[in-house]
Design a protein around this ligand. Structure first.
Ligand code: NAD
Ligand code: UFG
Length: 338
């Protein structure tokens, strides 16, 4: 199949393109590079020995999207493009709704005009809010999000489902990611946050590489075994492979389907620090800070639906995640900046 990949220069998109190419698909990438570098795609070309058609364009630009779609016969779209920083979304809600919601509406409008009705969407475990049950199944009701970023995922999911209700010839797969970490084993591509990392693993690797003095652990008084927050970390390569499986579902005319992509196992912040230290043979100094507003105690998936229906499960464990995160950071201390 030929897949339009929006946001393909980003962290998850770049890893997914590799797996798509390995599975024999063609890709066309659209990214405005607002949170990524073209170098990631050059590295993907190196890893796959494949030239990747890339267009620097904003998904809010209908004309640009339409011109691209006129040039290719696209079978499906994997829609990664979006802004994703939780804290920033609270300070800039307009920008988040504009980019994520308007961007997605524009994209859908252009896809429809080109009769492309197969869409895979990057959603997030954040839509569950404070989860009603743990582990979280897809039947768990969507909750109240604590920030505009989360609401954009919540609303886009609804938009896509309504689209399918009105026109059942749409095939929509909504993938709710848990906490992606790790990097491609080559160490050539990985997560490249701008400024101070918001997420745990890139913060740890920046401490490890000497860019930051110590990790701030946000709270050790949660109702968890060691008091620190528990999350379902998933290797980004496993996550990427989940998209290939989702495409197979689309090929079977799946209609609308929602899947958790997680491992089903929760690790606390302290467990991640200890695993990173032991796998990579180094110390990660840390301090305990107050809780971060909006954080919940525990969040991990029940991933059985994806296993049952897609034949997908995560293969990599926490050791591989810690090893590959560090391999990427140590080889690229400044990310894609040379
Ligand atoms: P990323 O920022 O690395 O990738 C997103 C890409 O989209 C970037 O390359 C950015 O330049 C591009 N982009 C943003 N707005 C655009 C626009 N208007 N037009 C064109 N391109 C645009 O983020 P990621 O971690 O790879 O996340 C990919 C998707 O997965 C996002 O939708 C994100 O919300 C979602 N997600 C990520 C996580 C996570 O923890 N990383 C968790 C759940 C869901
Ligand atoms: N944490 C720290 N110190 C840090 C960063 C994080 O202690 O510097 C803790 C958090 O308090 C939390 C855990 O590490 O307990 C994980 O935090 P992350 O910021 O890495 O991840 P979140 O679970 O908060 O959120 C991430 C993405 C969201 C996405 C969600 C899906 O940032 O976009 O996973 O589960 F929606």
């Amino acid at each position: 199949m030929t897949i339009l990949v929006t946001g393909g220069a980003g962290y998850i998109g770049s890893h997914t393109i590799i797996e798509l190419i390995v599975a024999g698909h063609n890709v066309v990438v659209v990214d405005n590079l607002c949170n990524s570098s073209k170098i990631s795609l050059e590295r993907v070309e190196r890893i796959t020995s494949t030239q990747i058609p890339f267009f620097q364009a904003d998904i809010r630009d209908k004309k640009a999207l339409s011109d691209i779609l006129d040039m290719y016969s696209i079978d499906a779209c994997i829609h990664f493009a979006g802004l994703k920083a939780v804290g920033e979304s609270t300070a800039y809600p307009y920008e988040y709704y504009d980019n994520n919601i308007i961007g997605t509406l524009n994209l859908i409008s252009v896809l429809r005009k080109h009769n492309i009705k197969n869409i895979i969407f990057s959603s997030s475990a954040t839509v569950y809010g404070e989860p009603a049950t743990i582990p979280i199944t897809e039947e768990c009701p969507k909750g109240k999000c604590t920030n505009p970023y989360g609401w954009t995922k919540w609303m886009i999911e609804q938009m896509l489902m309504d689209l399918h209700t009105a026109d059942p010839t749409f095939n929509i797969v909504i993938l709710r990611y848990f906490n992606p970490i790790g990097a491609h084993q080559s160490g050539l591509i990985g997560e490249n946050p701008n400024g101070v990392p918001n997420n745990l693993m890139p913060y740890i690797t920046q401490v490890a590489v000497g860019k930051r003095e110590y990790l701030h652990i946000f709270g050790n008084n949660y109702d968890t075994p060691d008091g620190t927050g528990v999350r379902d970390y998933i290797h980004v390569v496993d996550l990427a492979r989940g998209h290939v499986k989702a495409l197979e579902a689309i090929n079977r005319n799946c209609g609308v389907a929602i899947y958790n992509l997680g491992t089903g196992k929760g690790y606390s912040v302290l467990e991640i620090v200890k695993a990173f230290e032991s796998v990579n043979g180094m110390k990660i100094p840390y301090v305990i800070d107050p809780r971060r507003p909006g954080d919940i105690a525990t969040c991990y998936s029940d991933p059985q639906k994806a296993q049952r229906e897609l034949g997908w499960k995560a293969d990599n464990g926490i050791e591989e995640m810690c090893r590959d995160s560090w391999n990427w950071q140590r080889r690229n201390p400044n990310g894609y900046e040379q």
